[in-house]
Ligand binder design. Sequence first.
Ligand code: ZN
Length: 314
Amino acid sequence: MDASTPGAARAHSADRVLLGLDIGGTKISCLVVDEQGRTLARDSVTAPVREGGSVVADAAAELALRLTAGAPLLAAGVGAAGVIDHESGSIRAASATFVDWVGFPLAAELSARLDAPVAVENDVNAFLLGEAAGEGGDVLGVMLGTGVGGAVIIDGELRRGPHGAAGEIGHTPGYGDLICTCGQVGHLETLASGTSIALRYAERSGVVLPDAREVAVRARSGDAHAIAVFFAAGRALGLACASAATLLDLPAAIVGGGVSHAWDLLRHGVDDALRTDAPVSGIPLDIRPARLGGDAVALGAIESARRAVLVPAY
Ligand SMILES: [Zn+2]
């Protein structure tokens, strides 16, 4: 099977497979791989997040079963938005976009539908697991999307924290006096999320654009306000990465999410922050854009399933 074929390619029924699901606010993506990690099939469907947890689980399972096409499923991993309770595989906290999602036993519900073990991971944690595969043991992940998420791998393992809430770099303070989506003031997210980039541009220029992508188009054509907004976002991102790296001796930070596609614009601010505020250890901090694009969360979810479910036998 051609792994590069887009759309609803299917696995061969003889292969033993693993699958990764990326459950986001707008779509559910699924990737099926063989035991060597080669991609066999992929597709995505609209995520019915306003219809409740079990409807989302139905849609995810239907997509997964269609793509595995009867091949024996070793395990499934899920990267899902929200704070995950890793003991139960349920959702502990989530944004209001997801109706009836908090408390939903996602791992158990999907496991029953797929007849296979299921590991559930926070989507930003899964992103970093996917991106950091083959990386050294210590790395920060930052996702610049509608909001700003973060994750940390230390000694090769995700650092989730006692409440599953580690890595929330988007809601660390000290980046100005703007009100954050969480209600507090001056968080990284007020400068570096896609939503914020569009808002900051509108404040400076008086022009309301639909999203950060449009601001990036203007910046690339020389619009000084747009360039300044991306510089501020990049500099705040660089400072946040330098703070985390200084605290934890992290040599690298990987930046993903939709806004990272404007790395040509962000990197000027990132480089400026590394010039003025590099970690005092003197150890170089490598801040770089993600490389897996839309596959990172699903691939990381598969890695999470390998680690959680398959390691003893794998
Ligand atoms: Zn905040």
